[in-house]
Design a binder for this molecule. Sequence first.
Ligand SMILES: Nc1c(N[C@@H]2O[C@H](COP(=O)(O)O)[C@@H](O)[C@H]2O)[nH]c(=O)[nH]c1=O
Length: 153
Amino acid sequence: MYINTYSNHYQQTIDHFHGAYAFLSNFYPSRIYYRGYWYANNEAAFQAQKTISPKEQLQFTKLRNPKDAKKLGREVQLRSDWESVKLMYMYEICMCKFMQNPTLCKALLATGNCHLVEGNNWGDYFWGSVNGHGENHLGKILMDIRAKLQFEC
Ligand SMILES: Nc1c(N[C@@H]2O[C@H](COP(=O)(O)O)[C@@H](O)[C@H]2O)[nH]c(=O)[nH]c1=O
């Protein structure tokens, strides 16, 4: 779905998405328009995709705090195909974030060819990495989007 560009040619690693790199986190405030709805941040847009109920999806558009979106995402009726579609949704939503926010696009491009890793202490081995272990799919998606947007922003 996206190109795996492995780390051996990266000069440096950004191993957390906070402080100066908070803009890489899905929790960063950045309004995005995705599949007919406006959201206050990527987390709300992403968690909204967990349900196919329009009524439940609408609730995510009202949330400002990404923590509330993550919590609500665990309470909705989970769509049966979620595991097979979640990477695709994350990719599209991250692409929307950077295409719709030129300042964030420039900041992403300014990371050059740094290896991006969502190092975390909340146990997420799928989207990020914990103590150097994990699949880091969010980091890989962001690096792929960075490569694609080089000629766009
Ligand atoms: N950034 C960030 C988190 N990470 C985000 O949580 C989402 C994963 O949700 P799920 O697939 O439902 O487990 C995904 O967007 C990931 O980037 N979680 C946090 O508690 N705090 C945070 O600062």
